[in-house]
Design a protein around this ligand. Sequence first.
Ligand code: MG
Length: 456
Amino acid sequence: MSASKSLFGTNGIRGLANVELTPDVVVKIGLAVGTFFGKKNLLLGYDARTSGPMLAKAVMSGLTATGCNVYFAGMAPTPSLQFAVKNHKLDGGVIVTASHNPAEYNGIKVLWNDGIEISHEQEVEIERIYFDKNFNFASWDKLGKIRDRLGINDEYISAIKRRVDVEKISKKHFHIVVDPVNSVGGLTAPSLMRELGCKVTSINANIDGTFPGRQPEPCPESLGELAATVKAIGADIGVAFDGDADRSIFVDENGEVYMGDKTFAIVLKQFLLKNEGATVVTPVSSSTLIKNIADTYKGKIEWTKVGSVTVSHKMREVNAKLGGEENGGVFYEPHQAVRDGAMTTALLLEIMAETGKKLSELVDEQPQYFIEKCKVECPNEKKAVLQTKIFEQFKNGNISTIDGVKIWFDDQSSILIRASGTEPVYRMYVEAKTREKALELIGEYRLRLEELLQSI
Ligand code: MG
């Protein structure tokens, strides 16, 4: 949370619990959100962080003070709460979560009536109410009511089971290792997997808001224990969730950890085989692998700016049934158009059952790309001018300027040049069919960018 006049970042409000997000600040956020909705019915839940119950009650206090009725779901994964808003036909919802941030953080996500996070324009409206203290206090006899809304996790598990072939998966008796980082993924994923006929081994599964097992961001560096466990016990697959279980990262039977673009590509291929010509949504930062699979299996890609909420909103706009991000977010609209770690796991198990292939085989059959990254220092005040110069220089290529500049070359290599939102740097991300080509491209474009920067 910054000191400037904004509350929301790319995924809701985030801050250090009891330092930035203190109870009094969060009561006011509740007042602002409640005023924004205006005496509506809202779902409320939280993830496993130690500050969750305290801050959820603070939000509840603010919401009911404006006359909003609160349906209190308690501790639950973000996608479970999102599904419940839609399933119970509520007007919206509030989730107290800091997703993948470390344990000392917390945050607040605000949902619309379809379970998708509100738009940037709606966030600005809430910020205006918050900073102007323009709260609508209800009179004593019009205060919002608080009702428990328990059982949403069971409804969520049932809903996922309706979207996959349970019988087909069950026959395979997969052995899966689940690592929910001592947070809310542990409330749903192990049960779901067991109901899909899997043998489940869990690590970091007890609820512990200090996240003693690992960092809540699932990445190769934080998933060593999961990888070693899968290999040691001969499991078929491992899955790790982030702190609020909307993202999932997978480990194959050999203990290899895959980034999300590889598993999204598997889901995408199977989806396009069944839905020829379908439109899928993905940020422009996604791997060329995604474009390659879409081209090969006759899918149409709608590119978006980086950010999960943007993907959800674009899916709603173009009526797309599938979306995905390289960080392990898969959006499967027949269930819900938001990232959903447990849904993704069920889809992947279904594909393994349908194809009879191991996860490593499904990844190995994909086209391979070599990745190189670098950053070029650029003062924040020069970013906009540099951006214009980059546009001018590269406008004749096969490019997208949705978010930074992405250039696709004829030989399937690509480069994304994008200003960092938080640091005084430009980031470059290259993919190519050979390591030599990737190194050559990153070297060349680094020089070109530095030259452009010097000319400013
Ligand atoms: Mg998350």
